[in-house]
Design a protein around this ligand. Structure first.
Ligand code: 13P
Length: 251
């Protein structure tokens, strides 16, 4: 009922030729996989080239952020409408690196999410606790505030265009993956929260993906969990062979 979703977040890596080269390497490796939704998120400058390189393949393209206004005097910003125009179907919003380094808050995540879904993009809304918060037993409080804040004012209809990405900050780029049990516990908590905020059927159809040191070696274990519907992959998405192995976790 929930189609698995594997997203490669390329962060601030890859020139135009490296980005299109990676797509061209990925296409034959991914082959006929059609039962997994596959998305890559290049830097803004590579979006249209990557979209063109991915045309005709199952690979879809995400941006790593967006602004909430469609146009105007907002130097340096990119709107959801322009992302669609460049070939995006998805956008990552609220990544912990943006929260940590670029002053992203639950309120800006909410505005961006509203604008992006209204423009017809699928949003990957990121949430996650820091190590300090986990050690202070604040994980669920932090996540509840992030999910409630990010989804404020979002109707059932719009929720269908949102994927929640749980990325414990302490597991990002550290090689330290949450254990399968830790990840499943949080995913179940988020699904339960969605059931409280919306309804059980909305909660059952919303995808919740995990991110944080996902690799070919650990993806199958994570994906075997009942509430883990996919992965948001950083480092291991930068090479065709490891990303293709993650996409093919079930074959
Ligand atoms: P890593 O897979 O490199 O830990 O990064 C995770 C991430 O932040 C994906 O958005």
């Amino acid at each position: 009922m929930r189609i698995p979703l594997i997203v490669g977040n390329w962060k601030l890596f890859k020139t135009l030729s490296e980005a299109t080269g990676l797509i061209n390497e990925l296409k034959p490796l991914i082959g006929e996989i059609r039962d997994v939704e596959i998305v890559v998120a290049p830097v803004f400058t590579a979006i249209s080239s990557v979209s063109a390189a991915a045309a005709g393949s199952p690979i879809r393209v995400a941006a790593q952020d967006c602004y909430w206004e469609p146009e105007g005097a907002f130097t340096g910003e990119v709107s959801p409408q322009l992302l669609k125009d460049a070939g995006c179907s998805h956008v990552i919003i609220g990544h912990s690196e943006r929260r940590q380094y670029f002053a992203e808050t639950d309120a800006t995540v909410n505005r961006k999410t509203q604008a992006a879904v209204a423009a017809g993009l699928t949003v990957l809304m990121c949430v996650g606790e820091t190590l300090v918060q986990r050690e202070a037993d604040a994980t669920f409080t932090v996540l509840e505030a992030q999910v409630r804040g990010g989804l404020e004012g979002i109707s059932d209809d719009l929720l269908r265009h949102i994927v929640i990405a749980y990325e414990p900050v302490w597991a990002i780029g550290t090689g330290k993956t949450a254990t399968v049990e830790q990840a499943q516990e949080v995913h179940a908590f988020i699904r339960n929260l969605l059931a409280r905020l919306y309804s059980q059927s909305e909660a059952d159809t919303t995808r919740i993906v995990y991110g944080g040191s996902v690799k070919p070696e650990n993806v199958a274990g994570l994906m075997s969990q009942p509430d883990i519907d996919g992965a948001l992959v950083g480092g291991a998405s930068l090479k065709a062979d490891s990303f293709a192995k993650i996409v093919g976790f079930h074959v």
